[in-house]
Design a protein around this ligand. Structure first.
Ligand code: ADE
Ligand code: ZN
Length: 326
């Protein structure tokens, strides 16, 4: 269709992408073999069949299990290089990538091993493909505050290589308030701040992310559609939402794509963006996400253009850098 041609051709930024969630089953097998790690799956088909989730935690259990094949700097390089190659096919020009160092450090992988491999691929992608990047280190919210501070200590000598701090993993029972002091420290270091909020959690978690963490951008933010005052506050602050419709569908946040609040929020004047979250696990990269909502939510060509434009406006790029893309 014409809309499909347009979406594929539009330059885009991807602002919500967990690099470990781009680990494709083929690479999982390859790395398991290379590193002598045993998998509980016998085949790629068996892996895909296991990706049938009822909620966020269901997914996270397999996500942390799958990433155990990632062990060396080369593994993190290969993972990131493969994502950039795939993103380039979707005409992604700028990426802001999350990584979860705590999930690797608890398996005995050094922080530097992870950062070196991911960054080497990002630098190479910028040089060879012209894809600019930012790197956002996520704190696992199911772990204690002390662990988050310990991560900040380990990362401290490398902060010049990081652009932001994020908050991800199990949302329910782990409200943003748990990390108010960690985020205050990150803010004092000049880092950008983002947090997953209102994915499965209630509007009050989004309020906490705004008022206690003082975030610069909201990851997901679906719950904002349930709270008019929150919606007004998000607009007043000019905050961008990094939404992930296929993720929401597969994690049963909004099992029916027709019910996804993305179009409603965009039409209410919120700066909404479209992203793939964990594309290997949710069955679609960024263009698949754009096309799925275009169809399910009856969105126009102008709306597709607006979403792509929002992705650059909401990026952690300077005004001069944004100008190149807008
Ligand atoms: N980690 C990876 N993907 C995530 C998501 N969608 N929500 C919370 N934590 C995550
Ligand atoms: Zn996410």
């Amino acid at each position: 269709s014409q809309l499909e041609t347009l979406v594929r051709a539009l330059p885009k930024a991807e602002l919500h992408l967990h690099i470990e969630g781009s680990l494709e089953p083929d690479m999982m097998f390859e790395l398991a073999k290379r590193n002598g790690v045993s998998l509980t799956y016998a085949s790629v088909d068996e892996i895909r069949a296991a990706y049938d989730f009822s909620n966020l935690q269901d997914f996270l259990d397999l996500y942390y299990q799958g990433m155990a094949v990632l062990q060396t700097e080369q593994d993190f390089y290969d993972l990131t290089a493969a994502y950039l190659a795939r993103a380039a096919e979707d005409n992604v020009r700028h990426v802001e990538i999350f990584f979860d160092p705590q999930a690797h450090m608890e398996r005995g992988v050094d922080f530097e091993t992870v950062l070196d491999g991911v960054e080497r691929a990002l630098k190479e992608g910028e040089a060879s493909r012209g894809i600019s990047y930012r790197l956002i280190m996520c704190i696992l919210r199911h772990l204690p505050e002390d662990d988050a501070f310990a991560l900040m200590d380990v990362a401290d000598p490398h902060l010049h290589r990081l652009d932001g701090i994020g908050l991800d993993s199990s949302e329910l029972g782990h409200p943003p308030s748990k990390f108010e002091r960690v985020f205050a420290r990150a803010r004092s270091k000049g880092l950008k701040l983002v947090a997953h909020a209102g994915e499965e959690g209630p509007p009050s978690y989004v309020w906490e992310a705004l008022d206690l963490l003082q975030i610069d951008r909201i990851d997901h933010g679906n719950a904002a559609a349930k709270d008019a005052a929150l919606l007004a506050e998000i607009k007043a602050r000019g905050l961008t939402l990094t939404m992930c419709p296929l993720s929401n569908q597969r994690l049963c946040v909004t099992p029916d794509l027709n019910d996804n609040p993305l179009a409603g929020l965009l039409r209410a004047g919120v700066s909404v963006t479209v992203n793939s979250d964990d594309p290997s696990y949710f069955g679609g990269y960024i263009n698949d996400n754009y096309l799925a909502i275009a169809e399910a939510l009856d969105m126009s060509a102008d709306e597709m253009i607006g979403l792509a434009r929002n992705s650059f406006l909401g990026a952690f790029l300077s005004d001069a850098e944004k100008k190149k893309y807008l």
